[in-house]
Design a binder for this molecule. Structure first.
Ligand code: 5HY
Length: 257
């Protein structure tokens, strides 16, 4: 099977971190491909960045119509339901996947994410995914996404400290890493704190393998059916659902599933 990872921000180095984390856990028969969005923010750090990332995300799916499953590799899970309408293949968001994985190994988990201002996005996801009874707190180290790889940000040390506080104060039994850019920190933290640390990229890849293995595709009955055909104008004109046959969206004369 082939799982296609999509980094919905436009920073290639993050995509490389994401793909490396995915390949570390992928099963022998799973090919991992990865794409960086061609449009939108260099990093996604708020509601506006998320909204602006969705067209690039959909474009990235359209460009790889033959993947068996897709992973949206951004902790806000931007455009998740739109992507599930757009294709019949399973689409996983790393936040949803990480939260479910954490709920399987602990009765309570904390999320450690980047900026203070994006905590609320993760808190909304906790509620939307029915995880309020499992998530004890969403914490932020207040480091910009693109500073995670900058040694001067002391990101590793600050994230480790926040994880220690989650254990001591929240009494959490597991930690969810709240940014795709943290995908390479799992072992570093687990070795030092002896606690399950879940990176959503790895969790999403394994859940995608399970869904594909079960032969499950996204339901096309109800709200996740292919988008209804209609006219789109302005900058989205090329993304108008054509509704041919199964109502699949036809973009720039390229059909998708
Ligand atoms: C992410 N932003 O995973 C999120 C993390 C965040 O560009 N990739 C991004 O802080 O919301």
């Amino acid at each position: 099977m082939r799982i296609h990872l999509i980094n919905p921000n436009t920073t290639e180095t993050m995509t490389n971190t994401i793909a490396e984390a995915a390949r570390l856990v992928a099963a022998a028969g799973t090919e991992i491909s990865a794409a960086t969005s061609k449009s939108g923010a260099a990093s996604i750090e708020g509601h506006y960045d998320e909204a602006m990332s969705v067209v690039g995300l959909i474009e990235a799916i359209r460009e790889e119509p033959a993947a068996d499953a897709y992973v949206i590799a951004c902790f806000g899970d931007p455009g998740l339901l739109a992507a599930r309408e757009f294709t019949a293949a399973p689409v996983l968001g790393i936040a949803e996947a990480a939260m479910h994985a954490a709920s399987f190994v602990a009765t309570g988990f904390s999320v450690v994410t980047t900026l203070e201002r994006t905590r609320v996005i993760a808190e909304h996801l906790v509620r939307n995914y029915g995880m309020a009874q499992h998530c004890r707190r969403v914490r932020a180290v207040d480091i910009p996404v693109l500073a995670l790889d900058d040694p001067s940000s002391m990101a590793r040390a600050r994230i480790l400290t926040e994880c220690e506080a989650a254990i001591a104060e929240d009494k959490s039994g597991a930690i969810v890493l709240g940014c795709a850019g943290m995908a390479d920190l799992t072992k570093y933290i687990e070795d030092r704190l002896q606690i399950p640390v879940i990176d959503g990229v790895a969790a999403a890849v394994k859940f995608a393998e399970a869904l594909v293995g079960l032969g499950l595709k996204t339901s096309k009955r109800g709200d996740l059916a292919f988008p209804l055909p209609k006219i789109y104008r302005g900058i989205t004109a090329g993304y108008a659902p054509q509704g041919e046959g199964d109502g699949a969206v036809q973009l720039s004369a390229s059909r998708i599933r």
